[in-house]
Design a protein around this ligand. Sequence first.
Ligand code: NA7
Length: 535
Amino acid sequence: MSDPDSFDVVVVGTGFTGICALHRCQRAGWSVLGIEAGDGVGGTWYWNRYPGARCDVESVDYSYSFDGALQASWRWSENYATQPEIRSYLEHVTDRFGLRDLIVFGERVVAAHYDDRWVLTTDAGRRVRARFVIMATGSLSAPQVPDLPGLADFAGEVVLTAVWPERQVSFAGRRVGVIGTGSSALQLVPIVACDATELTVFQRTANYSIPVRVMPYSEQDQQQIQYNYSERRAKSWRAAAGTPHDSYPVSAHCLSPEEQREVLDASWQKGGVLFAKTFPDQNTDIRVNDLARAYVEEKIRSIVKDPSIAADLVPVDHPIGAKRICSDLGYYEVFNNDHVRLVNLRREPIKEVNARAIVTADREIELDLLIFATGFDAMTGALTRIELTGPRGDTITNLWRHGPFTYLGVAVPGMPNLFVLNGAGTPSVLANMALTAEQQVNWTIDLIAYCVTHGIDEVEPRADAARKWTDHVALVGGKTFMAQINSWYVGANIEGKPRAFLPYAGGFATYTQTCEAVAERGYDGFVLTRRSRTA
Ligand code: NA7
């Protein structure tokens, strides 16, 4: 009789990647279990349910293409989907393909160790065995909250954007503080400002944000989407960022100042994160970057009436796009309200929290509700928070003590039969995560199928192949502006985290081709072990 707690594959996490992986495993006829900490699917889109949460990639692109009927049947209501709509899409996919019964909800994997199989343990004490493990644990899924002195004494309500409660959090009639000014905060703040009696935004680093042009899809748009879909998706597969958008065809240097301005105006009107690629050389030529930067800074100054507040909102420490550009619906405008204040933490750091207030170097700011929008231990945190031990006693924290060490981002020497999808060393956060999820799953499932077909018991990357890939990730990333500043792209937001450029910056299409070439060469770079002999 087969062991009910033993599976061909265990998939940890049911966000975009995990759901896709479960579907492929099921289709392959393997026994598969999904383990999900949330009470529903969605991953980051399950937990990040703060008001205003919305994807900055267009809905039509930020969805699956692996099933034509699914794609044709789902209708997004807007061009940039809100969190509730994305979550219901993922619920729909789960039910459509009968995946729900494959998933254990409400349990977090806390440990996994390998002897001849992986044995995974959850926080509910469940132990399951798996021949292969797919870690679909997400890039932005391990929230980080600063350890502010006195925080435990705060008598008001405390919430995190990254783990927003299911219950209603009221802002009306309350004095609200928001710590952090990344994408999450910038989406949330205009909504809080509508109802709160007082709103204080605590900013450590100013970010660039471009208004997003949210539009409902008309019937005509819906038809157009279906008509163009194949071509649009094919273009995304060939693109560096996994979306079908192009930069302006020539460098800004080829244009007159008036023409440059026209291009920037058009890009501003288009809105959102695509502004980061207005000109083809904006992210490689600092003079071009300066043009785009100055343009947005001028916009900030024109929107915000108080010049001293505007000066604080203008970033001073990074080229535009070196941190992911935020997209907002009225963020800068909020600071024209008398009941909204900006605290520049560089000038006025937080000293402590007491029962009623945040105390800065200059003043005490009383609050009823404190919101942390302080980001994540990005790209590695979800994995390193699991006690993960390979057959030779290597732990992931030890293996990655100098930074992530992977082959193609997907496999780790010392961790056979374990695959980390959309994590460090993959394009993931620099591309369209829904599309990269498909790529990562397709490639990994093919590799597992290869092992199954060829009677291979263990697959593990060689250390020299991982060295080469890890060095390549560092080299390619090191050439970008992103590597030259402090952000979660390099782990700088987490104290003590080794500095390493985390995502793969060589482009999604290039990465995909590299992975395909490895597969075509019979998975070179991997040691494939067949019982007592190796292949
Ligand atoms: P982000 O982008 O990491 O933003 C976190 C923000 O929190 C950022 O402004 C941080 O400032 C700030 N932060 C973090 N720790 C502190 C402390 N100790 N004190 C004050 N401020 C702090 O996370 P988001 O959730 O907004 O967005 C994540 C991604 O989702 C985003 O990049 C998009 O790709 C979508 P810092 O910049 O570190 O000085």
